[in-house]
Ligand binder design. Sequence first.
Ligand code: CUA
Length: 350
Amino acid sequence: MTAKNWIVLLAIIVVASVIGIVFMLALSWFPEQGSNVAPEIDTFWDVLVIVSVPIFVAVTTVMLFSIWRWRQRPGEEDLDGPPIHGSTKLEVIWTIIPTIIIAALTTYAAILLVDIQAAPAKGTRVVNVNGVQFAWDFETQTADGPVKTAKLYLPINEPVKFNVRSKDVIHDFWVPAFRLKVDAVPGITTSYNLTPTKLGTFDVVCAELCGLGHAYMRQTVTVLTAERYATMMAKLTKASGTPVAAAGGDGIGEQLFVAGNPATGATACGACHTLAAAGTTGVTGPNLDKELKADNASAADIMEMIVDPNKEIAKGYSKGIMPANYATTMTKAELDALTKYIYESVQGKG
Ligand code: CUA
């Protein structure tokens, strides 16, 4: 290794690192910042990028340089390499430096986590988040008691604490715009708290592989002004009987379709089935708009498909995927309302 080689190597590493960092920081990796913790978490990401890009560049550059510099030349096929015993000095250096870097980043992360998850102030609004294959439901504590909803509503600039639970397997409650997420683990309650800082509607995602419908275990959270939130909660309180209240629909059939009934364990049809009228896009099960129309299914047919789903299976789908317990998890009235809703959505009107 000549001095010139060293200088060239170093220059490549510095220039490539600068380009890499600028490129990585210029890219927009995340959705908009929807909560008070988002800016701090995004800053943490930037720090990780600034630290790790030069390491990646240095390792790659040295590797490529070595491959080029000490490649086998013609006539060297039968030569052995020089006998190298190892270097204690090198080994100490390449152990200590990464240890320092990891320790520093871990300390930063730990301080950040403690900082953004400080115990919420007394009186902070609590929202119970329940995960079930394959849907979320939410129970918001209000002055008038708990309000169950399929979609999540939050007032802007007011701290909220999520208590996250699961009824079956491990899910993970994640609102990418809020940045935080936590596993929903059967048998225990996990939680985090934050303050929504941006008006609008954001995705709620399940971030833990939880079964066939995992990718469709999605919902929305809408952040409203304090006044609009109060109006919405009043409306939902009125609508919230035993079946959970679905946003935008006042019929029990639509509520059941979109949200199921967490109180009885009836899961939401819309988590797995597409139905244009309900705005659901699930693909675990057949597309109801298409299949029911093609079958020219009567209300009685639809009822049978709900309570005895394994009797006849649509082409391309398997037995045993759709829960077969709707006859027990729903009352007769609920089944009638649901059937009527689906029938009218597909066949009835137009
Ligand atoms: Cu629930 Cu993935």
